[in-house]
Design a binder for this molecule. Structure first.
Ligand code: HBI
Length: 96
């Protein structure tokens, strides 16, 4: 099982993740994405879904038409783990 990241390691990783916001209790990170239309947004979600299955790590997300709001957290550890960082990097790279 993944371990909860220490504050220091978390801050170090977050500095390289543009646009991701840490929530107040430091247990999750979130970012919003906007696309040309629903088709593009859903394609983005589909690619993330396949990756999530591989990693056994699933996003909490919300989609309305061309926007996708994503929150990442590791429920098993009650906070942020290395898996959230891996997923955030994957998502950011996809979005370009
Ligand atoms: N996804 N984001 C996230 N966090 C988890 O703790 C998690 C998950 N997907 C599957 C999963 N845990 C499993 O290990 C079980 O807890 C269902």
């Amino acid at each position: 099982m993944s371990k909860k990241l220490t504050d220091g390691v978390l801050m170090q990783n977050l500095s390289g993740l543009e646009g991701w916001k840490l929530n107040d209790d430091k247990t999750a990170i979130s970012r919003s994405f906007k696309f040309a239309d629903f088709n593009a947004a859903f394609g983005f979600m589909t690619r993330i879904a396949l990756k999530a299955e591989q990693l056994d790590h699933h996003p909490d997300w919300h989609n309305v038409y061309n926007t996708v709001d994503i929150t990442l957290s590791t429920h098993d550890v009650g906070g942020l783990s290395d898996k959230d960082i891996v997923m955030a990097r994957f998502v950011s790279a996809l979005a370009g």
